[in-house]
Ligand binder design. Structure first.
Ligand SMILES: [Zn+2]
Length: 316
């Protein structure tokens, strides 16, 4: 028996050898997450229950190994044939290998759907960022509760408090902002240099840390701006709170609002340097929204918090 696959979803929270698939045959819809799995159709006893085991994929076929069926169907039933064009890559390499967890989500249909939507958007965001940024992120946690901080991060972990985030677009923006911190403190971290006047809490920023080039555009120390710094040198109000928020907001602005950024940098040589820093050291020459005309009017549209600015999700 051959079963055509409608979609092949390589879920970021699975290990490289596991996958979630939705079969064309409506009897079989299943998802695998780590070693747990949920059968989406287990309310209907006639439907086939399947546990995914390890498998390898070729461009046209998936071979399942180590699986079992609750209805004792034969192994040979499950060579899954994929329609042409459904899979372009020979190997399924997940975009991210870190650890994902969700807390305080109930096992109701509404919460399941909500969590699926969150995962989809986080997956889209992860794919939209350079891999050398996201591979520094080892742990991603979503908590369905309110918190004064919508997102938290250190150099390797992000926590998102989804009940304090109004919609999915804001979720993406908060995630990208937190990824700015991860990139700043994790990916661009100095290793062997001397201490500088910049400290992240009690941790000194070393002089071989590439982020220093960015900090020193507007800052004397992490929290003290240069005398010459002007309001127009920052992408948002929040960016002017310290050098780390400056980095994270500028990172978010560069990735999600390329057009607006190129619009406002005309008014500030410092902002132009920040754009050039992001382009050269952080995004390795890649720019975004280049097809859009630069007609952003400064300062009327400037905001306090760049995560609340709308953007076009298809530009991700
Ligand atoms: Zn921040």
């Amino acid at each position: 028996m051959l079963i055509s696959i409608l979609a092949f979803l390589n879920s970021f929270y699975t290990t490289p050898k596991q996958v979630a698939v939705v079969a064309k045959n409506p009897a079989i819809q299943f998802y695998s997450a780590k070693n747990e799995w949920r059968n989406k159709t287990n309310t209907d006893s006639k439907k086939t229950f399947l546990k995914l085991g390890k498998f390898h994929a070729s461009p046209r076929k998936i071979y399942l190994r180590n699986f079992h069926f609750s209805n004792r169907a034969k192994k040979s039933a499950f060579t899954l044939s994929l329609p042409k064009g459904e899979i372009s890559k020979k190997k399924t390499t997940p975009p991210w290998n870190g650890h994902f967890s969700a807390k305080n989500f109930r096992s109701t249909q509404a919460d399941n759907l909500y969590l699926e939507q969150i995962k989809q958007n986080l997956r889209t965001s992860i794919i939209a960022l350079p891999k050398w940024h996201t591979q520094v992120l080892k742990d991603l946690e979503v908590q369905k509760n309110k918190n004064i901080s919508r997102g938290l991060s250190n150099s390797r972990k992000i926590i998102l408090h989804t009940s304090s985030i109004q919609n999915q677009q804001e979720l993406i923006a908060v995630f990208v902002h937190e990824m700015g911190h991860i990139t700043d403190l994790g990916a661009l971290k100095g290793k062997k240099g001397h201490k500088t006047s910049f400290y992240d809490g009690k941790t000194p920023i070393l002089n071989d840390d590439l982020s220093l080039i960015f900090y020193q555009i507007s800052w004397k120390t992490a929290t003290q701006k240069k005398n010459s710094a002007k309001k127009s040198d920052f992408v948002s109000g929040y960016a002017s709170s310290d050098c780390f928020e400056d980095f994270a907001e500028t990172y978010l602005f560069y990735r999600l609002h390329g057009e607006k950024f190129r619009g406002i940098l005309r008014y500030s040589p410092a902002l132009k340097k920040k754009y050039e820093f992001m382009k050269r050291y952080v995004f390795k020459g890649q720019e975004f929204e280049l097809n859009k005309p630069t007609n952003y009017k400064f300062p009327y549209l400037k905001v306090f918090d760049a995560t609340l600015l709308s953007f076009d999700k298809k530009d991700l």
